[in-house]
Design a protein around this ligand. Structure first.
Ligand SMILES: [Zn+2]
Ligand SMILES: [Zn+2]
Length: 307
């Protein structure tokens, strides 16, 4: 399905957590609107998920990172290196612009070192321009990070724990359509204030049984960085999105809670529709809101990427 010029398209490439599971890769979300294409977060396996939906690696040269947990940026090194290969599935043909909170310069500098051996080989072979393997760092703070072609992406400072400051959620707007993604955060008033009137609001969640919390101190540490189902229910009740969706489900072991138990707890606070995100889902926010799972949608995206 070609992208309508008035539609904001969101493709959930990765909806997972650090656990290396095959069904949910590290967080990564492709935003398309008009001629604009921006990737938000670049977790493990991003380029594989992009290939699955027919996006060449060079589909965008712009990445925005929410915070520096590895499940949100470990895929960036693969993207910056493999993206330089001159093949139809890759073909970036320029550096990668990466917007991040303070510290992004360190990642850019580190990437330049990490990619050197591969770069030296490919440059010697005349395969690529060394500058194509550079990350150009851009530091952002709360407020507008991206404003081009009618697409506006605004960073909202959230609370993901005292050693992960700053961390950001994003509000994405295009022609009156609104998509909000919490990324990683505890219950947060600033996010609630900035997530009003969303067409689609995707929020993370973390859950553990009371006995797990009592017996495993590390589980308590993990939960303290995230939003419980009760928290998420309160956030949705206070923001009333048209579509509420869960992502980044941290269901702590042993004896992890079932997703149906998580949604039952959310229902104590919020009586609206709650969906659960999965990798490769396409969300089109236009004349209506269409949510298309991969097995129905991938052919449409392939066509579009090949145009
Ligand atoms: Zn995470
Ligand atoms: Zn995190």
């Amino acid at each position: 399905m070609p992208l309508d010029k008035d539609t904001l398209r969101v493709t959930l490439l990765g909806t997972g957590i650090p656990d290396p599971g095959i069904n949910a890769f590290g967080t990564s979300t492709m935003i398309e609107a008009g001629d604009e294409k921006v990737l938000i977060d670049c977790g493990r396996g991003t380029v594989i998920r992009m290939a699955q939906v027919g996006f060449p690696i060079g589909f965008t040269d712009t990445v925005i990172l929410s915070h520096y947990h590895s499940d949100h940026y470990s895929g960036i090194f693969d993207m910056v290196m493999t993206g330089t290969i001159r093949q139809p599935w890759s073909n970036r043909g320029g550096p990668l612009h990466v917007y991040g909170p303070k510290g992004i310069e360190d990642i850019a500098e580190g990437a330049w070192q990490v990619t050197k051996p591969d770069r030296d080989i490919r440059v010697a072979d005349g395969e690529s321009d060394p500058e194509d393997m550079r990350i150009i760092p851009h530091v952002y703070e709360e407020g507008v990070v991206y404003d081009r072609g009618g697409l506006v992406i605004r960073a909202i400072e959230v609370d993901h724990g005292e050693f992960i400051r700053p961390a950001f959620a994003f509000r994405v707007e295009y022609k009156g359509h609104v998509f909000v993604h919490s990324h990683d955060t505890k219950y947060n008033e600033n996010l609630i204030a900035n997530a009003q009137d969303a067409d689609v609001f995707i929020h993370e969640v973390a859950a553990a049984r009371p006995e797990t919390l009592a017996n495993y101190p590390k589980v308590k540490i993990a939960i303290d960085h995230h939003s419980t189902p009760t928290d998420v229910g309160k956030v949705f009740a206070q923001t009333k999105p048209k579509i509420a969706m869960l992502t980044h489900l941290v269901l702590l072991r042993p004896d992890p809670m079932k997703v149906s138990e998580v949604t039952a707890q959310i229902a104590e606070e919020y009586d609206g529709l709650v969906m659960v995100a999965e990798d490769l889902m396409t969300i089109d926010i236009g004349k209506n809101i269409s949510i298309i799972p991969f097995h129905h949608g991938q052919l449409g995206n392939l066509e579009q990427a090949r145009r």
